[in-house]
Design a protein around this ligand. Structure first.
Ligand code: SF4
Ligand code: SF4
Length: 386
């Protein structure tokens, strides 16, 4: 059923949305207990919040956003590396959301305010343009994002680049983090919705070993409301039938094998290594680092980073950061409403934690779309009664 609906062109039909919600309810009634499922994509959370999808979900279903934002999961010391490079005189180019992301003591925006040369770019190609425009200076691209954006970084690494250009890779590999979340006893996640955009590149097959190892089914979903609801129906069905399989509910864009030339480029340049994700601790195979043959492009090796993280934020700011619960939010253990600072001391204009910085961060999305609106109450039905 889920497959048929995603292949139709009416992706926002309220009657179909209600039919999907009813199908979910039947699956959950058959299960007879609460179920938590996680999606791992900022774009999914944006669609869920924008269309108020949580309001139509059965009360026994908890839909949680996990580590779905590459900005949020970039670790403090990784920001410190970029800040150290900028303060050491290099031009640092990065995507806009990275600018205000806190390091252990400072952000790139702080360094920029002190006169460091920090450039916001929209693509890695623009960072190369900065390098060509400043041939006498070192220019570093702080390369963030998941496997999708890593393909663009990899593609440029295979071209003829100016000698003053290097890459500080903070790219992350999502399937590795799903494994950590899935194995966490506390989070109790029984199934995952995978990001359709990423699966266009990687293919749905990439999740098959994960599903087999962890016993958690995975459904690849698109970004329209019915795509997401249909994916949840399929997920509840797989959980009910105890089938830890991968289902592609986005067949109009995703294939099982994915984009093979793009994968070839990605794995030619990058290799997965253990790395720390903000809020999640060490993730085996969670970072995408440049392979040794690309050492000439690796800013860490070329520019010899020596970190000074001794500077601390002022006491008040440090106190607020201690109250930030981004880590539990990214592990699916808490929601932004559980944070005392949400919408008060922490707002998009003055973010305290990483989840409020990026447009794909959970706290920022909930703040933008008014939290998790409970339309059951708006419609006159009390919450918790479907
Ligand atoms: S890169 Fe796109 S598909 Fe991947 S997690 Fe981010 S928003 Fe989702
Ligand atoms: S509201 Fe702000 S302080 Fe609280 S968890 Fe989210 S980002 Fe952190």
């Amino acid at each position: 059923m889920a497959k048929d609906l995603t292949q139709e062109l009416k992706f926002r039909d309220p009657a179909k949305a209600r039919a999907l919600a009813a199908a979910m309810q039947r699956n959950l009634d058959a299960l007879g207990r609460e179920v938590s499922v996680m999606h791992v994509c900022g774009s999914h959370e944006q669609a869920i919040a924008r269309f108020g999808l949580r309001a139509v979900l059965p009360p026994q279903l908890k839909l949680i956003m996990g580590p779905g934002c590459p900005v949020c999961v970039t670790d403090g010391p990784e920001v410190d590396e970029a800040v150290a490079l900028a303060q050491g005189g290099a031009h640092v180019c990065t995507y806009g959301d990275m600018l205000r992301l806190p390091g252990t003591s400072r952000s790139l925006a702080d360094a920029q305010a002190d006169g460091a040369r920090v450039h916001v770019v929209y693509s890695v190609a623009q960072a190369v343009d900065v390098a060509r425009a400043h041939p006498a200076d070192q220019v570093v691209f702080m390369a963030s994002g998941f496997e999708t954006t890593a393909v663009a970084t990899a593609a440029i690494a295979l071209t003829d680049l100016p000698r003053n250009f290097s890459i500080l890779s903070v790219h992350k590999y999502v399937p590795a983090a799903m494994e950590v979340v899935s194995r966490s006893k506390e989070s109790n996640i029984e199934g995952f919705i995978a990001a359709g955009h990423a699966a266009i590149i990687t293919g749905s097959a990439i999740f098959e070993p994960f599903a087999a190892r962890t016993g958690s089914p995975v459904v690849v979903a698109g970004f329209e409301p019915l795509d997401i609801l249909a994916a949840i129906v399929k997920l509840t069905e797989l959980i009910l039938e105890r089938r830890p399989e991968v289902f592609n509910a986005y067949p109009r864009c995703v294939t099982r094998a994915g984009n093979l030339p793009a994968q070839k480029v990605l794995w030619r340049v990058f290799e997965p290594r253990a790395g720390k994700w903000r809020g999640i601790a060490e993730v085996p195979d969670g970072n995408l680092d440049l392979r040794p043959e690309f050492a000439r492009l690796d800013a860490r090796q070329r520019l010899g980073l020596s970190l000074d993280t001794s500077a601390v934020r002022d006491e008040a700011a440090a106190g607020l950061e201690r109250e930030c619960i981004c880590g539990p939010i990214m592990m699916g253990l808490a929601s932004p409403h559980d944070c005392a600072l949400f919408g008060k001391a922490c707002v998009p204009e003055a973010p305290v934690g990483a989840c409020m910085v990026s447009s794909e961060g959970t706290c920022r999305i909930w703040h933008t779309y008014g939290g998790a609106p409970d339309l059951r109450q708006v419609e006159g039905r009390p919450a918790g009664q479907g």
